[in-house]
Design a protein around this ligand. Structure first.
Ligand code: SF4
Ligand code: SF4
Ligand code: SF4
Length: 566
């Protein structure tokens, strides 16, 4: 047992005092430690506690919990020290709360309020580092940085990228790419995981909300949207709406109220991706193509390959992501089938991802990408709220239908599971024995490796989420020793439900809840197989002809660049 604030708590070996306290529901304020943190840093020192028999205050994030320990977390001495630390952080912080993108949702401001800081006791020098707006996805505002190190930990240890680090000394210390360059010329893959980890407005997405508002007011423009599967699964966190389908229709209804004229379901092009990607995989297996084939729907991962491991380009599927497939189809098909009254189509995608902004800029066809955070803010600007009583609208044909397989694209393992369902049918003519669920592909382990016997041939698969663990697979592929046939890689931990455009938190429980919602909608779907999507079938009949055909190649496939060469 350990005792915290006179409460006895079961002692669990290998826990820190902070972890033990949080497990017991005792809130110790902290800034540099965060859920998903690879290792404690004791950088902010706000989590300090008193331990009976020890004179010094100690940081609870680094202090191993010991059986019999007696800890206090909020004595007057601790509160004085904690308050002083935060006051010193604020001394050099800009007085910008009213205009800050994190206004109303800032951990630093919340902490200051919780500690009762209502005035400035110390007037320090203000930092004046330049704003970095060079990236298509992420804005860095170094003057709001409190040097907690969360972004560095995420970028290095969770994502294995290392695009940013501490640079300089003393007052000049800051977080930056090497040589103080912009993020656009660093190794950054625009995943936005650092944004979700940052407790302040020092890292935010590059918002396109104002562009969309201008387009909505333009009489020469017809604004349409597509919505990715992880978005409704996330907006349900705050809305009292209990099904993804209902949430999607409520979002569609709200978007129509503010002037969007059609709303499409990106899960439709997820089903289409499966038709193309599985056909490509089978073609490679039959014809001795580059194996394993890696999925290409996660733009952070694609950029990682192009910038850091271009020798892996031949292994990437040539399929565009569902976002880009939808973008190409909207511009190609919609004006031919529907009367746009001579107006230009302005295509907005609503995504859980900041790297999709980069992808849209790189490949075209999409005019603006709004993250889950941005669409929530946009609708608030128009006074809209998600409630069960809000207006609802069905999604729009010809891209409205989605199977359960398309919906689970929003979570780690979803693409793999959907692909296996369809691959099994294409190879054997039969559905998977025991039902469509592929349990081995599910769960939050960073790497899942498994095999399946399909018509007497063993096929080997891997599912990776968070790029930190992909390197061992890349190593074996480079050594030509990999037994794998197909690898799903999602840049963000948990897949898109944990994307860089999702709400500011790194809470695994929230990610699990969203994954569960995706699996529920799949379980209840009338169709759970991408190849049974009737609208996809009709698209092939009327336009594309067949997977990997000439029209598919033109609209749905892409090439890659070795970006290491600049
Ligand atoms: S980061 Fe937080 S404390 Fe700083 S200006 Fe923005 S809202 Fe205010
Ligand atoms: S966006 Fe991703 S790669 Fe870029 S600095 Fe942030 S965590 Fe690192
Ligand atoms: S940019 Fe944000 S996460 Fe990174 S060190 Fe500064 S405050 Fe912390």
């Amino acid at each position: 047992m350990i005792t915290i604030n006179e409460r006895e708590i079961e002692w669990v070996p290998d826990e820190t005092v902070l972890q033990a306290a949080l497990r017991a529901g005792i809130a110790i304020p902290h800034l540099c430690a965060f859920a998903g943190s690879p290792s404690p840093q004791a950088a902010c020192r706000i989590c300090m506690v008193e331990v009976e028999g020890t004179p010094r205050l100690q940081t609870s994030c680094t202090l191993p919990a010991r059986d019999g320990m007696v800890v206090r977390t909020h004595t007057p001495r601790i509160q004085r020290a904690r308050r002083t630390i935060v006051e010193l952080l604020l001394a050099s912080h800009p007085d910008d709360c009213l205009f800050c993108p994190r206004s109303g949702d800032c951990e630093l401001a919340r902490l200051a309020a919780d500690l009762g800081i209502r005035g400035r006791r110390y007037a320090g020098l203000k930092k004046s580092h330049p704003l970095d707006v060079s990236s298509p996805s992420v804005i860095r505002e170094p003057n709001k940085c409190i040097l907690c190190g969360r972004c560095v930990a995420v970028c290095h240890s969770v994502q294995g990228v290392g695009a940013i680090d501490f640079t300089g000394r003393g007052f000049e210390t800051r977080i930056s790419p090497a040589f103080y360059t912009g993020l656009n010329v660093s190794g950054c893959i625009f995943c936005g995981q650092c944004i979700r980890a940052c407790p302040t407005g020092a890292l935010t997405e590059k918002s396109q909300g104002e562009d969309v508002i201008r387009a909505l007011a333009d009489p020469d423009v017809m604004v349409v949207a597509q919505v990715a599967p992880a978005v409704p699964a996330t907006l349900m966190d705050a809305a009292e709406i209990s099904s993804i389908t209902e949430m999607l229709e409520t979002l569609s209804g709200a978007l129509r109220q503010i002037g969007f004229e059609a709303v499409f379901d990106t899960s439709f092009t997820a089903d289409l991706t499966i038709m193309e990607e599985v056909s490509e995989l089978l073609h490679r297996v039959k014809n001795g193509g580059a194996l394993p084939m890696f999925t290409s729907c996660s733009p952070g991962w694609v950029r990682y390959v192009e910038v850091h491991r271009p020798e892996m380009i031949p292994y990437l599927s040539t399929c565009k992501s569902p976002q880009q497939m939808m973008g190409a189809l909207i511009k190609e098909c919609y004006p031919k089938q529907f009367d746009t009254k001579g107006r230009r189509i302005y295509s907005v995608s609503i995504m859980p991802c900041t790297a999709k902004k980069y992808e849209a800029q790189d490949l075209g066809d999409i005019d603006a990408v709004l993250t889950t955070r941005e669409v929530d803010q946009l609708l608030r600007r128009f006074g809209m709220q998600f409630t069960p009583k809000g207006p609802r609208a069905p999604l729009d044909v010809p891209f409205a239908e989605a199977t359960g397989a398309g919906r689970i694209f929003g979570g780690t393992g979803g693409v793999m599971e959907a692909a296996i369902r369809t691959a099994h049918r294409l190879i054997t003519g039969e559905e998977l024995k025991g039902g469509p669920k592929v349990s081995d592909a599910r769960g939050l382990d960073q790497v899942k490796v498994f095999s399946l016997d399909v018509a007497g041939t063993q096929l080997n698969f891997a599912v990776v989420n968070g790029l930190g663990e992909v390197k061992s697979i890349l190593h074996s592929v480079a050594q030509k020793t990999s037994p794998l046939h197909f690898v799903e890689v999602m840049t963000c931990p948990g897949g898109c439900v944990g994307g860089g455009g999702q709400p500011y938190d790194t809470d695994r429980e929230a990610i699990k809840k969203r994954l569960h919602r995706l699996y529920e909608v799949d379980r209840k779907s009338a169709s759970r197989l991408s190849h049974d999507n009737e609208q996809v079938k009709s698209l092939y009949k009327n336009l594309l002809d067949q997977p990997l055909g000439a029209m598919s190649h033109h609209l749905l496939h892409r090439s890659y660049l070795d970006r290491r060469k600049g």
